[in-house]
Design a protein. Structure first.
Length: 770
């Protein structure tokens, strides 16, 4: 079935390619845009990089011609910062910018940049060339690429894959400035690296226009077919049965710009191995992903864009051999006296679909964008009906669904050379449903089937903001705003949130920033619904609430302080230091509390999160290097919602003591370098973690798993004209030194099973442009 699905996906993409290629050829024969010269590599990459933008802080007062310079989506006042590591200027990219359609699209991109500001924040960006320079290149999942950014720590797929500044799942994703709403909790990478032109992680005291998830903003600019006309077909594979065919195609016809990608992935390590062995047991995955972007210029001041994506994934849940069975389980109906845990057959299916339609308008002294967004997400866990009873005392068929639709509007207006006003709103409605159908062991040893529980909810989120960016002097910029958020979900709540930040550039190469933000973070609705715990009374799945009852999951409220400095030591070398402090009430956390790989939410009444990050970047010609280290911790006290998920002893201890949250890691580091010589690129990167939390005999989350370092290597070469167009071959090694390390050991609040990092793997790939 998976093969037929991917065949259908590839045929659909090929059909689309044939149609648009024919129309593109027709347009070109009539005098349309010409394709880049053969042999041009990484077309248009360099032109989108921050390094090529040379502008004074208030670029919005500049001429229209300056605004058309293609760059990553950053505020004009930060446009003259050095580029992140691994990003190199592409002459071919600059040549492609001569296209009239590219020129116009760049003007719209620059105008969109004026709508959103990131004054007073930290930004760490990966341009398209930097993503290609990673070991594994664009085969690298987005979550793995982000591990190279400062303060991003690795976690298991079941626990969210990554954490920014030791927070859990408090990251928002935006495509071309438009919010991509949450889906059902799962472990799939919905987004695909191959369609990204620029990837930025923004942290700190965010301006008022950014609400909801605020620990980190993953800001993505999509690739353009007009900028990179033509297609690429690729094959990639290697260790543990990995095989990945991919196809991408882009171009333009008239005033229409389009870009499409499709990818199929199969391997035998879909999620982390629960043992230290080289090959996991029962861990196959089949995944299909597609992405499309189309934009049309309606007139000189109006652009209409459409973004669409799909991700369909099947996972086997890996097994741990040799687990002890429940000897108290009375085998009913002729069940065997023993069950081999290596033969468990648990599976999970996930599908995600998202669409965005955006209308952007340039007006005199202002710009605005109105967007409609939609996302459907579905997760279905199928247990081993017999085996799960033996090992867990419960076998639950779990399904979670979410359908969300919303509208987002943002605008900016330049009052004068010193003041830019910004305002906007977001309204979304989400229908969620959580269904479980369980079999359990009764206290008398019999099996009870058909314990059915279902919750559904139509929830609303509403946010509105206004802010003013004031250029106090030519070196000092103030951004101040106010945001209001209202939620109508399982609980109703709201908050006014002031935001203020300063950015100071005393002289060339030095930038200081400081900011304060009040944050309001609603829980994921599908993970915050109530559970009918009385349904399981008198069974192996029985749980209890405190005498006062189990509370409903609340929105998190926090005060956030951030300050930092970046300094260019000499051309090409930049260093930075940033410190943050977060004081939270009703801190949100998630955990896996059963065999189903879904997350359930709960709150700590009080929490503190603090840390410091140090970054370095160096670029010299075709060589680039970087290094990041972060030191931090997050602690919480007194769990006040969904208490039935936590054991009574742990609950009593946490009520009177601050403990580390399970995802808190004291030291997180990353580093890497890339060198390009005559078409051959060598790249190495690494991640280091001091270890996530685990239990001690006395204290929940009182210790950490052992520290680890994982090093990856990539080697690629581009043949400029092997088959008439560029051909790239690559060889990659993941976990070069085959370090055996634990991400999770199965202990800790909300940790269900062990997970290990990947063992050494060898991968090869070839891609051909056409």
């Amino acid at each position: 079935m998976a093969v037929s699905r991917v065949r259908g996906l590839m045929l659909a993409l090929c059909s689309g390619v044939s149609i648009v290629q024919a129309s593109s050829a027709s347009a070109q024969s009539a005098g349309g845009t010409a394709a880049p010269a053969p042999g041009a590599t990484d077309s248009a990459t360099g032109a989108q990089l921050p390094a090529v933008v040379v502008a004074e802080p208030k670029a919005k007062a500049a001429t229209k011609k300056v605004k058309t310079v293609r760059r990553a989506k950053t505020p004009s006042s930060r446009a003259n910062e050095p580029s992140p590591p691994g990003q190199e200027t592409s002459v071919a990219g600059a040549q492609s910018a001569e296209s009239p359609l590219v020129f116009q699209n760049n003007a719209f991109n620059a105008a969109r940049n004026e709508i959103f500001t990131q004054i007073g924040t930290n930004q760490y960006s990966f341009g398209e060339d930097a993503l290609r320079a990673l070991p594994q290149g664009t085969e690298t999942p987005v979550s793995k690429a982000l591990l190279q950014a400062p303060g991003v720590s690795q976690d298991s797929a079941a626990s969210g894959q990554l954490h920014v500044r030791n927070d859990h799942a408090n990251v928002q994703y935006r495509l071309n400035g438009i919010l991509l709403p949450d889906g059902v909790s799962g472990f799939s990478d919905v987004l695909e690296t191959s369609f990204i032109s620029n990837l930025s992680l923004v942290t700190g005291a965010l301006p008022a226009e950014y609400g909801l998830h605020t620990t980190g903003l993953v800001d993505i600019t999509t690739r353009s077919g007009a900028q990179e006309p033509g297609g690429t077909i690729g094959f990639y594979g290697g260790s543990r049965g990995t095989f990945t065919p991919s196809l991408e195609y882009g171009g333009s016809t008239g005033a229409v710009d389009y870009f499409f990608t499709g990818r199929y992935l199969m391997n035998d390590e879909g999620i982390e191995n629960p043992t230290s062995s080289r090959d996991a047991i029962h861990d196959h995955t089949d995944q299909e992903k597609g992405f499309g972007y189309v934009s049309a210029l309606l007139d000189d001041s109006t652009r209409l864009s459409w973004i669409s994506g799909v991700s369909v994934q099947n996972f086997q849940i890996p097994n741990t051999p040799g687990l002890p069975t429940d000897t108290a389980f009375a085998r009913q109906g002729g069940l065997p006296n023993y069950f081999n845990s290596a033969l468990l057959n648990e599976n999970q299916f996930e599908q995600n679909y998202y669409d965005v339609i955006a209308l952007q308008k340039k007006v005199e002294n202002g710009d605005y964008q109105i967007a409609y967004f939609s996302r459907y997400s579905d997760l279905h866990f199928k247990p081993d009906d017999t085996g799960d009873l033996f090992f867990n005392g419960i076998a639950s068929d779990v399904q979670r669904r979410s359908l969300l639709n919303g509208v987002q509007a943002d605008g900016s207006y330049r009052l004068n050379a010193y003041n830019t006003l910004r305002a906007g709103f977001t309204v979304s409605a989400e229908q969620t449903k959580a269904i479980s159908n369980s079999s359990v062991v009764a206290d008398d040893g019999s099996v009870e089937n058909g314990l059915f529980d279902e919750t559904s909810k139509l929830g609303w989120l509403i946010g509105v903001y206004a802010q003013d960016e004031i250029r106090l002097t030519d070196k000092l910029t103030l951004n101040a705003g106010l945001r209001f958020d209202q939620m109508y979900e399982y609980v109703d709540a709201n908050q006014w949130s002031p935001r203020v930040s300063l950015e100071y550039r005393p002289f060339k190469g030095t930038m200081l920033h400081a900011g304060y933000a009040r944050y309001f973070t609603p829980p994921p609705q599908v993970a915050a619904g109530p559970t009918n715990i009385a349904l399981f009374d008198g069974t192996s799945a029985a749980s209890s609430c405190p005498a006062a009852g189990c509370g409903l999951v609340q929105p998190e409220r926090s005060h956030y302080f951030d300050a930092g400095i970046t300094q260019t030591i000499f051309p090409g070398l930049e260093v930075g230091v940033d410190a943050y402090y977060k004081l939270a009430r009703d801190l949100l956390d998630d955990g896996q509390f059963g065999a189903a790989l879904v997350l359930d939410a709960f709150n700590y009444e009080k929490a503190v999160n603090k840390g410091i990050e140090i970054t370095t970047k160096y670029n010299w010609g075709n060589f680039s290097a970087y290094g990041n280290v972060a030191i931090g911790q997050q602690k919480g006290k007194n769990i006040i919602s969904n208490q039935f998920l936590i054991g009574p002893d742990d609950l009593a201890f946490i009520a009177n003591h601050y403990i580390f949250t399970d995802h808190s890691q004291t030291i997180t580091a990353s580093a890497g370098f890339s060198y390009l010589w005559d078409g051959t690129r060598l790249s190495i990167d690494m991640i280091y973690g001091s270890g996530l939390r685990t239990d001690t005999d006395e204290v929940p989350n009182g210790a950490s798993v052992p520290a680890y370092t994982q090093v990856n290597l990539g080697l690629s070469h581009e043949f400029a004209n092997l088959f008439g167009r560029p051909t790239t071959v690559r060889f990659d090694v993941v976990n070069l030194f085959d370090e055996v390390y634990t991400i999770r050991d199965g202990e800790g609040i909300g940790v269900f099973a062990p997970q290990y990092g990947p063992r050494r793997g060898y991968f090869v790939g070839v891609s051909q442009k056409f």
